[in-house]
Design a protein. Sequence first.
Length: 482
Amino acid sequence: MQSCSFSTNGELLVTGAEDRTVRIWKMNTGECLHTLRGHTSSVIGCEISQDGRQIVSFEENQIVMRWSFTGNTWTLSYQFRSEGATNCGSIPNSNQLIFVGNKNYGWRLYHSATDKYIRKRLMETSDTESVYGNISSTGKQIVIGTNNGAINVFDCICGHLSKSLTLFDENVDTQQVNPSFCFDNNHIISTNNGSLILQAATGDYLQAQQTEVSNYSIDHMHNNQIILMIKNKYINLLKSDTLQMGSSRSSIKGANKMGLNLHGTNIDDLQGISDENAMLFAQSGDYKGFSTEEIRELIVYNEKSHFEKILKIEFSKHYFDSRSTSIIARNSNWTHLESLDLSRNSIQDEDTIKIGKNRTWKNLKELILNSNQIADAAAYALAQNSCWKHLNKLHLSSNKRGILGITALAVNSTWENLEDLDLSQNLIGDDGSFTIGQKTSWKFLKRLNLSSNEIMDKGTEAISKNATWSHLEELNLSCNKI
C-alpha cells in the first residue's frame, strides 16, 4: 500500500496500492467493501470527500482520477494528467472542489464535477520544491512540506505565508516531508524519510519517532487515532494518547480558533475583500480593533471605497494596540481627511509619534487624542508636523503630558488657525500653563480647557495677561490650585 485516507465519519478507510487499485475498507471489521480499478501505475495518493461520495486518487504516472458513489457502486467519473503533481485531496467544507499538490505551484484547484481547472496558488520559494500539501479540516489553511525539509503554513483565503516551521535535518540533501494538521489543528504531524514527527503549530517539537513510516491518515472525526503505513506493507493504528502532547497545546490562535496567523499581513492596498475575510482580519492580526465595515470602506479598495470623500473618521474606544495604530499612521489614502478621533484607545507615545509623521492628511482640521498614554515625545512629534496648517481643534485631555510636551506644542508655529485646545487632566502645573500663556500665534483661539492640571497663581497670571486671544470665548481653569 502506498497511501490511505479516513472518511470524515471515521467509519471507512481508503487505500491506494502498488497493484494499481483503490480499496475502501470498513474500519470496525477490516472488511474490504469495494475495489476500484482503472489506474495504470501505483496509486500513491487518495482521499475521500467529506460527504463520503467522492474519492480522488493519484498515480505515479501523474494521472488524477475522480470516483463517484451512486447507489451501491463506485464508478470512475473522469481522469486527467497533472504535470508536477505530488498528491491530491478534497477541499473541506466544499464537495465541489478538489486540489492537486504541485511541486512548483504548491497546489492547483479543480471543479470536482467537471474536472475544470480553476486556479493555482503560487507558493513556491526560491530553490525549493513543494513535496506534499494538505488542507486543515476547516479548509482555511494549507500546510506544505518542501524538499529542503521545511514546513510552510499558508492562508488559503489570501494565499499568504502564515508560518514557516524549522527544518528537520539540514544534513540531508533531499527530504520528503508530508505534513498534516491534527488534534483540532493545533498540531502538525509529518513524515520525513521514515520519521514520524509531531510539532505544535508554533513549531515546537513534541515528539519524533524513527518508525519507517511511508504514509499516514488522521481520523478527524474522533481526532484520537492515526493510521500509519509501515514500509508500504503494514498498517498500524496509533492512538493520540501514545504521543507526548505536552502540558498545553500551543497554537497560533486566529479568529476561527484554529492555527490561523494573520500578524504582519498588510491588506492596505488589497483590491476588494469579502465580508468573511474582512471579519477574519477584524478579529485577529494587525487589524484587530477595526470593524468589518471599517476594513472594507476605510482600508481596502472596493466599490464602496471613495477615499477622496472620507472627511471624518471616528476610532474612539477601539482598543487599538501598536499594530492597529501603525495601520492608521501609515495610511496615505485619506487625502481629504478633516477630522480624526482616536480617543480612549490607550495609545502609547511611540504610536503617536508615527501619527505625527503622517504627511498625507494636509486638510486635517480636528485631531482628538483624549484618554490615551501620550507624553512628551509624542507631543514633540505632533508639533513637528508642518502639514497640518488647517488644524483648528486639538484635544489631548487625560494623557501624561508634561512641561516638555507643552513647550513643544507652544513652540509650534504652523497651527495659526487653532480655535479649540483641550489640555485638561494632564498635570502640566504652573510651568506648563505659563508656557501656554506666552503663546502669541494662536490669534483665533476660542476655547481653552486647562482644568485639573495643578495650576497655581503663576500660571494663571500668565494666562490672564495674554493679549493675543481676542476671540477667546471659553476658558476653563476649574479643579486647579489657584
